[in-house]
Write a protein that binds this ligand. Structure first.
Ligand code: COA
Length: 427
């Protein structure tokens, strides 16, 4: 029997025992997206009566968390660096907080003790022959947290896909909870005609041999469906989902012409359906790397023909992008948007794209607007935005004057709003 097997057996505890390591006033990092450990989360929440002021730092959360439910306020505080459906209302209601941060810089917050962390809770695969557990679908900041947290509480889940790249040795793990649990899935989104029209415009900006960063949701899904005629695309993406698997299986994505990590899919986390997870499991063509590497604009910029596709809530006539606030309400976060737009800008032949439907709220609001809403934050500055795409076409902003930018943006606004935008521009 190898040493690590004895070590493994000695570290096995119940979830209730594992969370006894956590004390009032500590800061705990929650494994990102699919790395959140459901058995440890439930056991920690059950300690609410005896704990005070435990901060839980997170980004993408796939299922509602107990920590910000009414009644938990004195025990736990969720602090998000990205918000989604399960978390944004809790920030609005004052039961959770939001900290703005580029995704690429989250590991530094932990390493440089700007946010000193006491523990990380995550799920991992069972160990391999050398005693290493794969982090599965999340390298991102989860790996950095395991490197600098004094306590690592890991749920070992044999249903988690084993991937290459991000792994942790048993030596680093404080307590192990063996508990298989299904991996949360995100359904393939419904794609409408507006998204398909945007996808067709985006496809005109993607050359054969391009490397893509493409996220999740109806717009990326539509764009991927419009790329079926391209050749030898590659992937270097913060994350990706099922649509990339479909294009890989169709032979469109080969990674052959990538100028960095040729022949490999590179990502920092994955989220999708079982189809994606089965594809990722032990896939030698996939490498998961930490977010401070994948999202580093200098690394991104080393890919020739890098195409970065991101979305937004509104874009003003300067080209300033708000991707995260609806009025005063924090809706999401910057994520990797600026990291990738800056990286694409450094890339030879690179293209950074912001794509959005021209209207919101059933056509009553123009998302191309004279000024951003009162209270909104600028997620991406006008200098960093090169292409804006709606269902009405492509506005190229780089090298354009203020007047030329505004005219280009009005030309892709919904026709019902163009006259009003012209009046605002001329006022
Ligand atoms: N004013 C008011 N409401 C608006 C609005 C606006 N300008 N723009 C959108 N909305 C509403 C929509 O109507 C929709 O409401 P509904 O669900 O009731 O119909 C809701 O806000 C969400 O809009 P939608 O366009 O469907 O959002 P999305 O799910 O496609 O997400 C972002 C868009 C911008 C929030 C998302 O892409 C994001 O978080 N981006 C930042 C992070 C990032 O870019 N990461 C990239 C690396 S992967």
């Amino acid at each position: 029997m190898h040493d690590w097997r004895e070590q493994y057996a000695q570290k096995i505890v119940t979830a209730d025992e594992a969370v006894k390591h956590i004390q009032s006033g500590q800061r705990v990092v929650l494994g990102h997206a699919c790395a959140a450990p459901p058995a440890i989360v439930s056991a920690l929440a059950a300690r609410a009566p005896e704990l005070r002021n435990v901060e839980i730092d997170h980004m993408v959360v796939m299922e509602p968390l107990p920590f910000s439910q009414p009644g938990m306020e004195r025990s736990f505080r969720l602090n998000g660096m990205f918000l989604g459906a399960p978390t944004r209302d809790h920030v609005r209601d004052g039961r959770a907080t939001f900290t703005p941060c580029f995704f690429s810089e989250v590991p530094r917050l932990f390493r440089e003790r700007i946010l000193p962390i006491d523990a990380v809770i995550l799920q991992v695969t069972p160990p391999d022959a050398e005693g290493y557990c794969s982090l599965g679908l999340s390298a991102d900041f989860t790996l950095a947290a395991t490197e600098c947290a004094p306590m690592v509480l890991a749920q070992v889940n044999s249903l988690l896909p084993h991937t290459n790249g991000a792994r942790i040795h048993l030596d680093r793990i404080t307590a192990i909870v063996e508990a298989d649990a299904p991996i949360p899935e995100v359904a393939v989104p419904k794609v409408g005609e507006v998204e398909m029209q945007i996808g067709r415009h985006v496809a005109t900006l993607v050359e054969d041999g391009a490397t893509l960063q493409i996220g999740i949701g109806a717009l990326p899904e539509a764009a991927l469906r419009c790329l079926g005629g391209k050749k030898d695309l590659g992937i270097h993406s913060e994350m990706f989902s099922d649509g990339v698997v479909a294009l890989a299986e169709a032979g469109v994505i080969t990674n052959r012409r990538k100028t960095l990590h040729a022949d490999k899919f590179i990502a920092t986390f994955l989220m999708g359906t079982r189809r994606l997870y089965d594809w990722a499991h032990n896939n030698p063509a996939l490498e998961m790397h930490p977010v401070d590497y994948v999202n580093d604009p200098c690394v991104i910029g080393r890919h020739d023909r890098m195409v970065s596709l991101n979305s937004a809530l509104q874009v003003d006539l300067y080209g300033q992008v708000n991707a995260e606030m609806i009025g005063h309400r924090q809706f999401s976060g910057v994520g990797g948007q600026v990291d990738f737009l800056r990286g694409a800008s450094r890339s030879r032949g690179g293209r950074g794209i912001i794509a959005l439907a021209s209207t919101a709220s059933r056509g009553t609001i123009s998302r191309i607007c004279a000024t951003l809403d009162a209270g909104a934050a600028v997620t991406t500055s006008r200098q960093d935005v090169h292409f804006v795409v709606t269902e009405y076409g492509v506005a190229e902003l780089r090298g354009k004057t203020l007047q030329q930018r505004a005219e280009a943006l009005i030309s892709i606004a919904h026709p019902d709003f163009r006259a009003g935008l012209w009046r605002a521009l001329e006022a």
